[in-house]
Design a protein around this ligand. Structure first.
Ligand SMILES: [Zn+2]
Length: 305
């Protein structure tokens, strides 16, 4: 509760500062970081967490706080990626599953590069490219979604958090609820509803649903929620990609009356973040320029309610 009150005050003060000051950005996130901080990142795919919050993760760990990263999917539904990686033109279900396993290993390497322990990384194993279907169509049993890539209808047994979980929206929401409730983060980061990748905006809504359920059960539990944007048109490729220059919000982003927060990284954090991104070999193969566009001197977050 105290953290949330401090956050509201800091945010109110920050809005007194011009919308996008540069060197003197209001320090909005910094006061929330201490050895007591419990940060949870809910990432749609392996790589989004490092692109959007690789600096924040390092800062919390450096302060002695705790971090957990939860992946919705293993990124196993990416035909272009599988075709490039395996140099094949018609990947099979096995190829997709193997690709997901590879991305899972890359995520562990990236996160240990950022200073995390492997035991603090959770993979929920939901279908890459399928989260929006789970949200809009396959809500509850017995309507399980079948991944057209891996042909699976449920996460691998080793990745199931709540027993009898299938690929349906209700089960994903329940699993998210369980991982949040087990860790009790006071700072939570995920992708925003405006993110144009269907898995990314669906992740936002599932996280929000899970938080609504949790606050019904525990009225005092109100973590600070931040959103980090990944996919929005050509952004952020055009803005000095890969040069370590400053990241600015997309110009045509809808105004929700939210103040973007710029979190300035230290040069060594920028360098470590870059090294973490480079662990994603399978993704570098298909979109290196895009990934490195997030290797900047700051990270951007949108405060969510
Ligand atoms: Zn993603």
């Amino acid at each position: 509760m105290f953290l949330k009150a401090l956050w509201m005050l800091t945010l109110a003060l920050a809005t007194l500062v011009p919308a996008f000051a540069h060197a003197d950005d209001p320090q909005v996130i910094e006061p929330l970081i201490s050895h007591n901080t419990r940060l949870m990142i809910l990432s749609p795919h392996p790589d989004d967490e490092s692109l959007g919050a690789g600096g924040l993760i390092q800062r919390v760990l450096e302060a002695g706080g705790s971090v957990k990263v939860v992946f919705m999917t293993n990124g196993d539904g990416f035909p272009e990626g599988v075709e490039k990686e395996d140099r094949i033109s018609r990947p099979t279900a096995k190829d997709y599953t193997r690709y997901g396993e590879e991305r899972r290993l890359e995520a562990l390497k990236a996160l240990t590069t950022l200073g995390m322990k492997e035991r603090d990384v959770i993979f929920l194993g939901f279908p890459d490219g399928g989260l929006a279907y789970l949200r809009l169509k396959f809500r509850a049993h017995p309507m399980a979604y079948r991944s057209p890539f891996t042909r699976k209808t449920r996460p691998p047994a080793s990745e199931i958090v709540v027993p009898r979980t299938d690929y349906c929206g209700q089960d994903l929401r329940r699993e998210i609820e369980r991982v949040i409730s087990d860790f009790r983060p006071d700072l939570l980061a995920t992708t925003p509803p405006e993110d144009q990748h269907p898995d990314h905006n669906a992740t936002y809504y599932f996280v929000k649903e899970a938080l609504i359920q949790l606050t019904k059960k525990h009225a005092n539990y109100k973590p600070v929620v931040l959103a980090f944007l990944i996919h929005y048109g050509q952004w952020p490729i055009g803005q000095g990609a890969g040069t370590g220059s400053r990241l600015n919000p997309p110009e045509n982003f809808p105004d929700r009356g939210k103040q973007w927060i710029s979190f300035t990284l230290k040069p060594e954090e920028v360098e470590t973040k870059r090294k973490a991104i480079l662990q994603y070999h399978t993704q570098m193969l298909v979109m290196a320029r895009f990934l490195l566009s997030f290797s900047r001197s700051n990270e951007l977050f949108i405060p969510e309610d």
